[in-house]
Design a binder for this molecule. Structure first.
Ligand code: SF4
Ligand code: SF4
Length: 451
């Protein structure tokens, strides 16, 4: 999969244009704007094939799962096997993200009485290339945020919440595919007349935390929609009793006791705390500084929920372990526990700070709409907007380009061009190729040096 991605990037670099990004999130452009995208066509193809063959794409075609399995493999090589964290309410994460991406915009459209846009193809000259594009990076948020997304979604969440925990607690596409999987007439199943010794080697091999030996004993097949058909259990079975084959659709049998965890890691109050903090975390990080994309924010939301419960465990439990360290033993905190607590508190403090930044950003966006529409309130709104933007500059951990840009534009609208010099200086460093900004800065510096 990564080789295919590399070839795709290489064709773009060599020819200047290539097949449009095979990103499933581009389904949103189809649903909201009617533009047929390659991502939408891929999504439709995967759903149709999942309805027949089950949820196989995640393990055979998803680069984020490859990254997660690489992390698990690397950790295992150094003797670390992350313990899967079993939560009831955090499992709502993928459904919530799926609803936010695909359902909520449709509900808004229906509520506003807008018709579904007619499906059509478009080209780069129209602003968006459906099938072929030169704007290959159009959905990527920039190198640092992209790197951060891969590190948290493919690495940190695996270490803290167990293998494939991004799939379990975040991935909206996994939520769609697991629904299709319930209807599929094919599964990992026990051979007719096979001699299963209940040795649980299949369960030990399963990176999706499925109790394979119990499910095949009760149903003759794996019924969990978390099964990604990677065939690890088939390879691990010493009796060669398992195979992939046609079987009765699983429906909702995964909700019965055989496939539900016997023990959850959070009590109900902890589940509720994790859910509440996770939701706040998601909204705190979503679009923070105009940068953080949806899936990164959802992953950070899950991590804030987990961090909250982890801190509660550190305070309340006598023994707490996070591989490879014993954080607390017999009620006595050890130095790794103090370090983990410091990191957890710092992370949750960052979340709270981000909530405040987001509130200033939201107010800034509303004021910018007024200022840029140039109505009779725009001068008053302009001074309020300067306050909001300066707060973000003074107290935020970073001043994003859009804040510098709006500070400069608002200063000019307010007829205080001298206030635009400092933000334009910062902007010229952030956008060194933007000749307009460089010329504007030079003109202002000349004007105010001569005065
Ligand atoms: S590994 Fe094979 S023999 Fe062992 S429990 Fe699983 S299906 Fe049965
Ligand atoms: S090991 Fe077996 S049960 Fe587990 S995800 Fe892979 S195919 Fe499914």
């Amino acid at each position: 999969m990564h080789l295919v991605i590399a070839i795709h990037i290489a064709t773009w670099l060599v020819f200047g244009e290539t097949l449009a990004p095979l990103e499933l999130n581009e389904t949103m452009f189809t649903l909201e704007l009617g533009i047929v995208t390659v991502g939408f066509l891929l999504m439709a193809l995967i759903i149709l094939s999942t309805l027949i063959f089950g949820r196989f794409f995640c393990s055979w075609g998803c680069h984020v799962l490859a990254l997660q399995d690489l992390t698990s493999w690397g950790l295992e090589k150094i003797g670390l096997r992350p313990k899967p964290v079993r939560s009831r309410l955090l499992l709502l994460g993928p459904l919530a993200v799926m609803a936010a991406m695909f359902l909520w915009p449709q509900i808004e459209r229906l509520a506003a009485g807008r018709p579904f846009p007619s499906l059509h193809l478009s080209e780069d000259v129209d602003g968006f290339g459906s099938l072929v594009t030169s704007d290959f990076l159009r959905n990527l948020p920039g190198p640092w945020i992209t790197l951060l997304t891969f590190v948290i979604a493919g690495g940190i969440i695996v270490y803290l919440l167990g293998s494939r925990s991004f799939c379990r607690y975040v991935c909206p596409y996994g939520a769609v595919f697991s629904l299709s999987d319930r209807i599929a007439p094919s599964r990992i199943r026990l051979d007719a007349g096979a001699d299963c010794a209940s040795c649980a080697a299949c369960t030990a091999a399963c990176s999706s935390d499925i109790r394979v030996h119990e499910e095949v004993k009760q149903y003759g097949a794996v019924v969990s929609p978390s099964c990604l058909k990677d065939l690890d259990c088939v390879a691990a079975c010493p009796s060669e009793a398992l195979h992939w084959g046609w079987a009765r659709p699983a429906g909702f049998r995964s909700w019965t006791t055989a496939s539900r965890p016997k023990r959850y890691d959070f009590t109900w109050p902890e589940e509720l705390a994790a859910l509440a903090v996770g939701i706040v975390g998601f909204f705190a990080f979503r679009s923070l500084y105009g940068q953080v994309p949806l899936l990164a924010a959802a992953t950070l939301g899950i991590l804030t929920g987990w961090s909250c419960v982890f801190l509660i465990h550190l305070v309340k439990r006598r023994d707490v372990r996070l591989i490879p360290f014993q954080m607390k033993r017999g009620g006595k905190m050890r130095w790794p526990g103090y370090c983990a607590a410091a990191v957890g508190v710092a992370f949750l403090s960052l979340m709270i700070h981000s909530v405040v930044v987001r509130l200033h950003e939201a107010r800034g966006h509303a004021l910018w709409d007024q200022v840029s529409s140039a109505n009779e309130h725009s001068v008053e709104a302009g001074y309020l907007l300067m306050q909001e933007l300066r707060w973000i500059h003074d107290w935020g951990v970073w001043t994003p380009p859009y804040v510098n840009d709006r500070l400069a534009r608002t200063a000019i609208i307010l007829n205080r061009p001298e206030w635009a010099i400092e933000p334009l200086k910062r902007l010229s460093q952030q956008w060194p190729d933007n000749q307009f900004v460089i010329d504007e800065l030079a003109a202002l510096q000349t004007q105010f040096r001569t005065r």
